[in-house]
Design a protein around this ligand. Structure first.
Ligand code: AMP
Length: 114
């Protein structure tokens, strides 16, 4: 997989507003927030899209989701609610090809999405 913007953020080659990090996951604020809280959770091991996941990635993806849910609780908006989104390829609106989970909170979300 080719190097991406997010790989550069992991290596601290470009700046980001990092809000959480552990051995497997990095989380930072989206540069173009779509809600009062908009944080991207990414695996430190790069995977381009959801289509590229294998069974070997199951634990890593679980850690990504768990990190987001724990962050929501720690920040105090878990009870009010939030939305988690993973975009895949063109029709999903994916623009950065390093798997990432959007955590959106701080306002009521519309459904269905546009
Ligand atoms: P997606 O469209 O699902 O691939 O999401 C990519 C997200 O990355 C978008 O919401 C962008 O606003 C966000 N983004 C792009 N560049 C940066 C950056 N340098 N720092 C933080 N977020 C970024």
């Amino acid at each position: 997989m080719t190097d991406t913007l997010f790989a550069k953020i992991i290596r601290r080659e470009i700046p980001a507003d990092i809000v959480y990090e552990d051995d497997d996951v990095l989380a930072f604020r989206d540069i173009t927030p779509q809600a009062p809280v908009h944080v991207l959770f990414i695996p430190k091991t790069p995977i381009a899209t959801l289509n590229d996941l294998t069974a070997a990635d199951a634990l890593g993806v679980g850690k990504l989701v768990l990190a987001a849910a724990r962050y929501a609780k720690a920040q105090g908006f878990a009870e009010d609610g939030y939305r988690v989104v993973i975009n895949c390829n063109r029709d999903g609106g994916q623009t950065v090809f390093h798997l990432h989970l959007h955590l959106l909170a701080g306002r009521a979300m519309r459904w269905p999405p546009g």
